[in-house]
Design a protein around this ligand. Structure first.
Ligand SMILES: [Zn+2]
Ligand SMILES: [Zn+2]
Length: 221
């Protein structure tokens, strides 16, 4: 499950993309829901786990994760939280986008190996991201093979992270530091989704309800 679900999520997004358009309201709701759910899982499950460790110097690693994600955003232009701003008429393989998404996804593979709630948080977060990437690729007129290679490699990154976490024989302290780094990444990505989804500050009941649903689901899971 840990190895297959995050992989499958990318292809659910790829095939699900045909039901959405770029400025689809439903896509925004899906994104808000996934952001709220990921934020809640991070606060309810991951933070306590890291902070009950005897050595509690993990704050700096969480901060490091936030900074890392800010740097990755420079290269991905925000693709990790559902923004793609690359030149249209893309012909070459978008390396910077790919590398930043890969670092991000590799990290996501670590905390999901021993926590199923976090696993679901990551899976649900990946689906709208994959839909948005697919829609972008379709619009940019990039070759189908490039789209496929991109998504396939991208989908393999999280399982690769889980593989390293499981069989890499890393010591417990290092694994907890990587988890703390992932907490920072999740905090940045999920709060950005929530902030950007209310950019115009217009009251939207459906969006508010999807956010509450995300929080409640994470709480009762
Ligand atoms: Zn953005
Ligand atoms: Zn992610």
């Amino acid at each position: 499950m840990v190895f297959t679900l995050p992989f499958i999520a990318i292809f659910i997004g790829f095939f699900g993309a045909r039901f959405f358009t770029t400025n689809d309201k439903r896509l925004m709701y899906l994104l808000s829901f996934s952001g709220a759910f990921l934020l809640s899982v991070t606060l309810l499950e991951m933070l306590p786990e890291v902070y009950t460790e005897s050595r509690s110097d993990y704050g700096i690693w969480i901060m490091g994760g936030i900074l890392l994600q800010i740097i990755l955003d420079f290269f991905s232009k925000g693709a990790e939280h559902g923004h793609v701003h690359l030149p249209e008429n893309l012909i070459k393989f978008p390396w910077l986008l790919f590398l930043s998404l890969s670092v991000h996804s590799l990290l996501e593979g670590f905390p999901i190996v021993d926590n199923h709630d976090v696993l679901w948080g990551v899976v649900i977060h990946k689906i709208p991201i994959a839909i948005i990437l697919t829609l972008f690729f379709k619009r940019s007129g990039i070759q189908n093979t490039i789209t496929w290679v991109f998504l396939l490699l991208f989908a393999l990154m999280t399982p690769l992270g889980s593989l390293i976490a499981n069989y890499g024989a890393l010591d417990h302290g290092l694994l907890m530091k990587i988890n703390a780094l992932a907490i920072g990444v999740f905090l940045h990505v999920s709060t950005t989704i929530l902030f950007e989804s209310s950019k115009d500050h217009r009251f939207n009941l459906t969006k508010l309800l999807t956010i509450f649903a995300g929080v409640l689901l994470a709480y009762f899971l």
